[in-house]
Design a protein around this ligand. Sequence first.
Ligand code: BGC
Length: 272
Amino acid sequence: MSNAITAVGVDIGGTGIKGALVDLKTGVLLSDRVKVRTPAGAEPDDVLAAVRQVLDTLGVSDAEVPLGVAFPAIVKHGRTLSAANVAHTWIGFEAEKFFEDGLGREIHFANDADVAGVAELRFGAARDAAGLTILTTLGTGIGSAMIHDGVLIPNSELGHLQRAGETTDAEAYAAYSAMERENLDWPQWAARLQWYYSHVEFLFSPDLFIVGGGVSKHADQFLPLLDLKTPIVPAVHRNNAGIIGAAALALATAGTDAVGGAADSLAEATTG
Ligand code: BGC
């Protein structure tokens, strides 16, 4: 443990904000996983206060431990450019700078599904995967990370694929939140996922699908119901992939190769 390379990862979601201290040599959490509810409306000041609470609870409020923050929106050059499950204030918002000023420390900042992709690439189901891997997170929304031969293409938004002839997008129809909202049982929800993954499969011909998000811990309830040409597996790090990937991002630019090239290229694309 003494030579662990550590960083803190905070994963901001539409429903919860989770954080932990992570050993980046192994991808193992070194602390309890702290979770608070995402404040109603998810306005920037309230989200900042909740992130502060997570850091305080973890006992890592000082700037010494590198910090990576994952956010459920398009992130380019430190700005959030979309807001599907958070306040519209975030659209075109200097979010990275806002968190840095508010927390009084440097942070590294990227899309939540992209950092989950980094975690699975480094420590999980996408390790050594050749060709195109598409990771999707099924939660409040649907997030996506596209990885080709170990290179992550940031800010894919495959949760917002439009459904032909419908006014709602894929996320509104097939995210885990749709199952909860509409009281669907596993087969009913799986039928929606069947449409979703078949459509993505047709568009991109991936070599591997990885399913993350909290519901991935129940993967045996719905993955066997899907009929796809592409192998589909749960994220090894389940709902912690976002925390681990955010922590990896924090070290991407710190001159260590512990986190691998994917975190580096993501950091380059998303950091302000
Ligand atoms: C957002 C994505 C995010 C996903 C999962 C979607 O609504 O547009 O950026 O990755 O939710 O949180």
